[in-house]
Design a protein around this ligand. Structure first.
Ligand SMILES: Cc1cc2nc3c(=O)[nH]c(=O)nc-3n(C[C@H](O)[C@H](O)[C@H](O)COP(=O)(O)OP(=O)(O)OC[C@H]3O[C@@H](n4cnc5c(N)ncnc54)[C@H](O)[C@@H]3O)c2cc1C
Length: 390
């Protein structure tokens, strides 16, 4: 006998937990299935913007009790090897969190039934019902399993075998007093260093006693060499301890518009990294993950209230909302224009632009990293109750 739910969510990261939180609040029976036990680590720098805090309605005082919450008020930007520029804001423009704590907090708060430590191995869709792992049944399935989401794999939502991924490596560790004595990174001012060929950037980011160092690139070629060169550069500049206590770990993700995956089908929605939504300029993925979860929940709740039509046609509203919010999923405008500019010109232009106070603040930080041009998305939490009998 299988357990019955209104919706099954595969993946308990920020996307899955946010969607579960909103559907549960509206009165739906929701289960999250994740292959890992929580709290679990997730490879990530752990930088969130105030828009994420607002959409998720996180009480920062409550969150900070027993968890790392590092306000970020200044930002260092530079091209690797060039002069650094510090932009000060005098107020928190972002926060540093640890993903093992943040994701666990959101998951617990969601109120969903949990099936953790359980990889999704099989899916079947028959007579309007999904059957997952031959145990769990629901008319709705939400794929929130990150870049390697099994729902994407098993339903064929990935439309090509060669997706242009961002490949990244990072390390996060708790610093000893000795490490701290050899670390010049200011906890309030994370450092961003752009690769000379502009195909990626590295970061060094101190969150309380934790140090996070990483580098991501739009090509996977020689990634480890780029990472090692970056770490050497930081060590020689005395910004990080001379020896790191852990090895780097790698992960991948898709940038918005690079290779749009199929995100809607009968009884099916794909959200977060599984849908490939990270912002193209910064690689920030948590905000698009939770915003896609909100848009998916809004679409579902609208149909749950009016007869539970979960056909592909009905759910395609999610795709429309996503395009309205993030732009056409099939256009890579920024990247195409960048490709027309010869590499040498791009390099010297970028070095000069990054040295400019105005450009660093107004474009690199405000526009590309904080997305100040886009106001936070209202999650509508508490306003979506489904009347009984709907
Ligand atoms: C190095 C690096 C640094 C980053 N830094 C930042 C940053 O500072 N800020 C930011 O906003 N974004 C950052 N990102 C992107 C961000 O980590 C992702 O966009 C975000 O985690 C997406 O959330 P999600 O819920 O969609 O997926 P995930 O957080 O990946 O969650 C997916 C969940 O699905 C589960 N799952 C996977 N497979 C299965 C299976 N077979 N069965 C069951 N469950 C499964 C996983 O265990 C996981 O818990 C970074 C990414 C990388 C690689």
């Amino acid at each position: 006998m299988s357990a019955q739910y209104d919706a099954l969510i595969v993946g308990g990261g920020p996307a899955g937990a946010t969607c579960a939180w909103l559907l549960r609040n509206a009165g739906m029976q929701v289960a999250i299935i994740d292959k890992q036990q929580f709290p679990r680590d997730k490879i990530c720098a752990g930088w969130i913007t105030p828009a994420v805090v607002e959409t998720l309605q996180i009480d920062l005082q409550d969150y900070a009790r027993g968890r790392v919450l590092q306000p970020l008020t200044g930002f260092i930007t530079a091209m690797i090897g060039e002069k650094i520029r510090l932009t000060q804001y005098g107020k928190p423009m972002s926060y540093g969190i640890r993903r093992c704590e943040f994701d666990h907090y959101l998951l617990q708060r969601s109120g969903a039934a949990m099936h953790l430590g359980e990889p999704v191995k099989s899916l079947a869709y028959e007579n309007g019902l999904w059957l997952v792992n031959q145990k769990y049944q629901a008319p709705l399935l939400i794929g929130a399993g990150g870049h390697f989401c099994p729902v994407v794999r098993l339903t064929g939502a990935r439309q090509t075998n060669s997706e242009p991924i961002v490949a990244a490596q990072e390390v996060e560790f708790e610093m000893t007093p000795e490490h701290k004595a050899h670390c010049l990174v200011d906890p309030q001012a994370p450092e961003l260093y752009f690769c000379r060929d502009l195909k990626g950037y590295g970061w060094v980011f101190r969150k309380g006693d934790y140090l996070n160092i990483g580098l991501g690139r739009q090509d996977n070629h020689r990634l480890s060499a780029h990472v090692n060169e970056f770490v050497d550069y930081l060590q020689q500049a005395g910004r990080i301890p001379p020896a790191l206590p852990k090895k780097m770990s790698g992960h991948a993700y898709l940038l918005y518009g690079d290779t749009p995956r199929k995100i809607v089908d009968d009884g099916l929605l794909i959200i977060g990294d599984a849908a490939g939504l990270a912002y193209a300029q910064s690689g920030e993925g948590i905000r698009p993950a939770i915003e896609s979860a909100v848009l998916a929940a809004q679409t579902i709740l609208q149909h749950a209230r009016t007869g539970s039509d979960y056909s592909r046609q009905a759910l395609s509203e999610y795709e429309t909302l996503l395009s309205r919010r993030f732009g056409d999923r099939h256009k890579r405008t920024n990247i195409k224009i960048a490709a027309l500019v010869p590499q040498g010109i791009k390099r010297s232009l970028a070095a000069r632009l990054l040295a400019s106070k105005y450009f660093s603040r107004n474009f690199v930080l405000n526009k590309w990293f904080f997305h100040l041009q886009q106001p936070p998305l209202d999650s509508g939490f508490g306003t979506h109750g489904i009347p009984h009998g709907a």
